[in-house]
Design a binder for this molecule. Structure first.
Ligand code: N01
Length: 549
């Protein structure tokens, strides 16, 4: 790396929910010199890029925000039960303005490499345009779902029409009027997009590889009565979010599915279906723990699908779901299954007729060719590890992150990687992250990282690195936590990396729950950051097997 470098205490990559709060904490609470580098032209992260039709947050708006500032909470009023990208971006802009964050964010700057300089104990960071930065601490706030996965289907380059990936949606939008649109993918994104695309497209063909459960979102404008409740109960709402496994503002029912009669169970599901949203998963305590319990919810949703969709063959393909309910991230929708009753919508079951190739004219399956003007890839992301591995990150002795993670991600608490001193990964693999309402997990991580750096500075420690043994043991705990649930039974899930050919199959997020995870992180910190290897400025590194004292 060459050229004069800007010197900083900390560099943060990414200006979404994570990066904005990390900047605020390190700059305003610790007084460090900090810059945020952001590849996009503006703040927002996920919400900057994912502006596809129908995009909407699946967390309820009153919980999908920062809770660190009472003033901010009291100043902001959400308009709908689930906010869409424009409202979330307005919110994040309000945050950036209130805390004067923009002056330390550089936009349109993509980080391409970050190399640790062992001698100087600094991170050397290089951008696409060749700018250089040096920083003591490097914090990645790159999001878990920001590396778009465009499947390598032969012939894509020959397609005569336009194609788009939902996670890189054109800022100016896409006009579907009069177009024959093919949508590949029926995860949370595809399930949100299809009903909206169908409203204007001449025809929409949905290519489904894996059928998915979905529950109505029941989005609606928020009523004054609810808004008053939220204004008066910030502390209680926050308390519920912090004490539940997924960080949502509702509790999981304590009852097990078979503790009630069949009729009562049905009534519980019916009420949850009417209420809508991710809360359906909280109907019983054991829905993601016990297969027989899960079957009762799965069957309920499959019956709903068959009742909604009029064409029996289409209904059968949509309800032919091969994994337990919520073993893949459960989508919520607005009229997804109803959309297949429209005359201008067709479902193609790729299990029966796999895609062979893309042609100039459209998509050719084993059965026939579908003529298309546009293809929408709602095919998800190289999740969790993808955004980090896209950057050439090298730690001690030139070890690349790609080498370190050749067999799958190895981290301590999802916060640090052995061999990469002073690199902190917000919502990294091995943390609850994507299994939660993200802002809650983000606040916890950002505050923990801030606390760790504050501790280091107070004690005169200039280097902190995840211990290899601690990371190994943490990896075992992440595995055990996943195996205690039904989540690994969805063998094609992106939680396991199974959606990206060649990616190691490792269950990446920590499934033991956010509340338990927070307690573990706090406990480790209270014991002098047990398991991290810390070095006093000027001293040789030593293992902090029992914490640094
Ligand atoms: O991606 P996905 P997503 N040929 O990976 C299919 C979050 N999110 O963007 O299941 C044919 O879930 C793939 O099929 P299969 C949320 O955490 C949040 O929908 O692999 N099909 C699947 O159907 C979510 O889980 C919100 O067999 C192919 C689909 O594409 C995560 O983002 C909204 C294929 C991909 O589904 C990712 O969701 C939206 C191929 N070659 C998303 N490759 C909100 O809260 C893939 N597929 C707002």
């Amino acid at each position: 790396m060459s050229g004069p470098a800007s010197q900083l205490d900390a560099l943060v990559i990414g200006a979404g929910f994570s990066g904005l709060y990390q900047l605020l904490c390190l700059r305003d609470r610790l007084g460090l010199s900090v810059k945020v580098l952001e590849a996009a032209a503006d703040i927002g992260g996920t919400w900057y890029w994912n502006r596809y039709p129908g995009a909407r947050c699946d967390s309820e708006s009153h919980s999908y925000c920062y809770f660190f500032s009472r003033e901010l909470l009291e100043e902001w009023t959400w308009s709908e039960r689930y906010p869409g990208p424009p409202e979330i971006l307005r919110y994040l802009n309000r945050v950036a303005d209130k805390f004067d964050l923009r002056r330390d964010i550089r936009f349109n700057v993509r980080v391409t490499a970050a190399h640790y300089d062992d001698k100087a104990n600094l991170w050397d960071v290089v951008t696409e345009s060749g700018e250089r930065y040096q920083a003591r601490y490097l914090v990645t706030a790159v999001g878990c779902l920001s590396a778009a996965n465009v499947p390598r289907i032969p012939g894509l380059e020959s397609f005569a029409g336009h194609w788009y990936h939902t996670g890189q949606w054109p800022q100016e939008g896409v006009d579907f009027r009069g177009k024959r649109v093919g949508q590949i993918g029926t995860g949370s994104t595809g399930i949100q997009a299809a009903p909206v695309i169908a409203q204007t497209a001449a025809h929409l063909t949905v290519f489904q590889r894996t059928a998915q459960y979905s529950v109505p979102a029941r989005n609606a404008p928020l009523q004054e009565e609810f808004l008053r409740y939220v204004r008066e109960h910030h502390d209680e709402i926050r308390e519920v979010m912090r004490s539940t496994p997924n960080g949502h503002p509702f509790r999981i029912d304590r009852r097990k599915a078979f503790e009630v009669s069949e009729a009562e169970r049905e009534a519980v599901y019916e009420a949850a279906w009417k209420k809508g949203g991710l809360q359906f998963r909280a109907s019983f305590h054991d829905l993601v723990l016990d297969k027989a319990a899960n079957d009762t919810a799965a069957e309920f949703i499959k019956r709903k699908i068959r009742a909604i969709v009029k064409d029996p063959k289409t209904a059968q393909a949509l309800a032919d779901i091969d994994h337990p309910y919520a073993a893949k991230r459960p989508p919520i929708d607005t009229d997804y299954f109803e959309t297949f009753n429209r005359d201008n919508v067709t479902l193609v079951d790729l299990r029966a007729e796999p895609i062979e190739r893309i042609t100039a004219a459209g998509i050719k399956t084993r059965a026939r060719e579908y003529a298309l003007d546009m293809i929408v890839f709602a095919t998800g992301f190289d999740a969790m590890t993808g955004p980090l591995l896209k950057i050439d990150i090298r730690g001690r002795d030139g070890l690349t992150l790609r080498e370190a993670w050749a067999a799958g991600p190895l981290t301590y608490l999802g916060l640090q990687v052995p061999g990469f001193p002073n690199l902190f990964t917000v919502t990294g693999p091995g943390s609850p992250s994507v299994l939660t309402n993200m802002p809650v997990a983000i606040e916890q991580h950002v505050e923990w990282i801030t606390g760790c750096i504050a501790y280091m500075r107070e004690k005169g420690i200039d280097r902190c690195e995840a211990g290899a043994e601690a990371a190994q043991k943490w990896g075992e705990r992440v595995n055990a936590a996943a195996n205690a649930t039904l989540l690994p039974l969805a063998t094609h899930s992106w939680y396991l990396g199974a959606n990206v050919p060649g990616k190691p199959r490792v269950f990446m997020p920590y499934a033991g729950g956010l509340a338990r995870y927070r307690a573990i992180c706090d406990d480790i910190a209270s014991r002098g950051y047990e398991g991290f290897v810390m070095r006093r400025a000027g001293a040789r590194p030593r293992a902090a097997a029992r914490g640094f004292r």
